[in-house]
Unconditional design. Structure first.
Ligand code: FMN
Length: 365
């Protein structure tokens, strides 16, 4: 498959040795990276990925996607769409402008295996090579006017067999009821649908935000009300729900039961949280941050296995999207074997934008 235009220029070589592609510059702000998105998608031969593959009812060219986060705008979407990813998720948007947290937004950390939430990891800010990082953006958003026009650009540039998902979240105000919050999700979803989203994703988990919208996936009632309200607002589009790590199987079962009538897919796991220290000092004011990358590979695979069991036991029709720590072709095979129908890659794809091409070259059988 050939894609449009000419090869993107080198600007910020990725830390792990790929100097011929553009990647997100972790030393620059979110706004800088938004403005300095790749100008044109590269033209590369994309190895085929024999299927069939589907995502939320759409036929797609591969089971490889990018979850909410790395793709700040349409130019990043179309860049990764030309690099062998077929489900592209537009970074979470809100019903109003929201600034990003201060730098660092992506802080490399040691690669110690994270098997539970709340551990402390050592920062590795000067590491020449790294595979995991702490994520600290606070879910910034451009204004609805800006993101809806930009979503339309992303949709227009996509190819057959590719799907555009838009991630949405509420921005609660003091005194809001659960229904107010769900309505704010629905407002964003309606706007994203009108702009051209193929799929809506409601973000029910943000480990780096301390307000009401952060942990909705731990409350069956909150998850149900949000899912039902968004589904009613955009009945014609599939609805995915992004969730974090479940503290135990019982809550997982309750959430699956609560949302199965209203959603199309469940996307797990957002990330695993940890405190981050450097030379004995806790960073990020001692608050936890979501960790992405290979530190989370083993635990996120376990979570996929467990979710598959719970979905099967409940007879739930929800599709299972596996995310968290996926880096290699073997990781993708493991997630598919565990019962995921689609696999998403954030950290590894930001560090090495050629990740999907490498996975396709190796093959998934
Ligand atoms: C730069 C960056 C920004 C992110 N922003 C969001 C976001 O806005 N909404 C969301 O649901 N998840 C966000 N995430 C989490 C990812 O979607 C993903 O769940 C997480 O990074 C785990 O996958 P990974 O191990 O492949 O990185 C972000 C991740 C990264 C790396």
């Amino acid at each position: 498959m050939k894609t449009a235009m000419t090869m993107a220029k080198t600007r910020s070589p990725s830390p792990n040795g790929q100097s011929d592609v553009q990647s997100y510059d972790i030393h620059q702000t979110y706004d800088w990276n938004y403005e300095h998105a790749p100008q044109v998608p590269p033209v590369l031969d994309i190895p085929p990925c024999p299927g069939p593959w589907t995502f939320c009812g759409y036929k797609v060219n591969s089971p490889l996607g990018i979850p909410a986060g790395p793709l700040l705008n349409s130019r990043w979407i179309l860049y990764y769409a030309a690099l062998g990813f077929d489900v592209l998720t537009y970074k979470t948007v809100r019903s109003g402008y929201r600034a990003c947290y201060d730098l660092p937004n992506l802080l490399p950390v040691e690669d110690a295996a994270l098997n539970e939430e709340g551990r402390t990891l050592e920062a590795a800010p000067d590491a020449a090579r790294y595979h995991s990082w702490a994520i600290s953006f606070g879910m910034p958003s451009r204004s609805p006017e800006e993101w809806s026009a930009d979503i339309a650009r992303a949709r227009n540039g996509m190819h057959e067999g590719q799907v555009l998902t838009v991630s949405v979240v509420a921005s609660p105000k003091p005194g809001w009821s659960l229904q107010d919050l769900a309505n704010d999700f629905a407002t964003c979803a309606t706007r994203a649908a009108t702009a051209g989203a193929h799929v809506i994703e409601a973000n029910l988990s943000c480990p780096n935000v301390c307000t009401q919208e952060a942990d909705l996936y731990l409350s069956p009632e909150a998850a149900r009300v949000v899912a039902a309200t968004v589904r009613a607002a955009v009945p014609h589009l599939p609805l995915a729900l992004k969730v974090g790590l479940f503290p135990n199987r019982r809550i997982m079962e309750e959430i699956v039961e609560a949302v199965s009538p209203h959603a199309t897919a469940i996307c797990a796991t957002n990330s695993i949280t940890a405190k981050v220290s450097h030379h004995g000092n806790l960073l990020f004011d001692g608050l936890r941050r979501g960790i992405g990358g290979s530190a989370t590979t083993a635990r996120c695979l376990e979570e996929t296995v467990l979710l598959r069991r719970v979905l099967n036991a409940a007879g739930s029709p929800l599709e299972l999207v596996s995310v968290g720590g996926v880096t290699t072709a073997q990781d993708v095979r493991d997630r598919l074997h565990a019962g995921a129908t689609h696999v998403q890659i954030a950290t590894a794809a930001m560090i090495d934008p050629l990740t999907a091409i490498r996975i396709r070259q190796e093959g998934l059988s």
